[in-house]
Write a protein of this length. Sequence first.
Length: 255
Amino acid sequence: MRFRTPFPIVRAIAGRPRMAGSEILARPVRLTDEVTRIIAERIASGVLSPGQQMPSEKELGETFGVSRAVVREAISRLKHDGLIEVRQGVRAFVSANPGGQVFRLEAPGGVDLAALFDLRICTEARAAELAAAHRRSDDLRRMADALAGMKSPVLESDDKVSADAAFHAAIAAASANGYFARLVEFLGEALRAAIGTARRNSARLPGMSALVQTEHEAIFAAIERGEAAQAGQAMTVHLSNARDRLGLAEKTPAG
């Protein structure tokens, strides 16, 4: 039986008049922001109660009229905010205490991209090494799906940012060290901001987007082959290049 959702139907149809009983999402409104907001409101209002199982990504995508990448990113944000939890890695549920305190790494004044890239180089390179040693077939499938999303000529920029974030999250999850995956979740919007800024900058330079895709594919290939050192090096090269492309100076210890 088809899931009957309490959410209003949301569709990204530019130029259509707003209709009663629906929420029309038109560009440049970011679909992920709106889907996140609507679900959060349903949780806050009690329409979705603590412990209630969420619809699948496919069902939510059909309900809101958005891609699964948008839904996946919205769910990730809600997890980061402590509103949703994933049990047994399969389906999302409304948190038992959605109003609880949540640990955040974002600086109040905004994202320090230079500092964030330093952190990412240190942690994600090691996560890639561990992923090469511990990756399973489903981990590789998630990485491959994210790679395909980044390369797709039909996906819009926002969806490609989501796919990029999903690729790095899949590597952290494959590391067999839950703290890496939790760190990626805690970074939340700061990580997405870094990826989005880097991708927008690359898109302005001829041939740069293709180079960035090649860097991601090199990381995946090393992980797929089980070559830990090469995977870590490929991740270091990618993140260092991304930092350099943004003109961010490497932070060096004083002394």
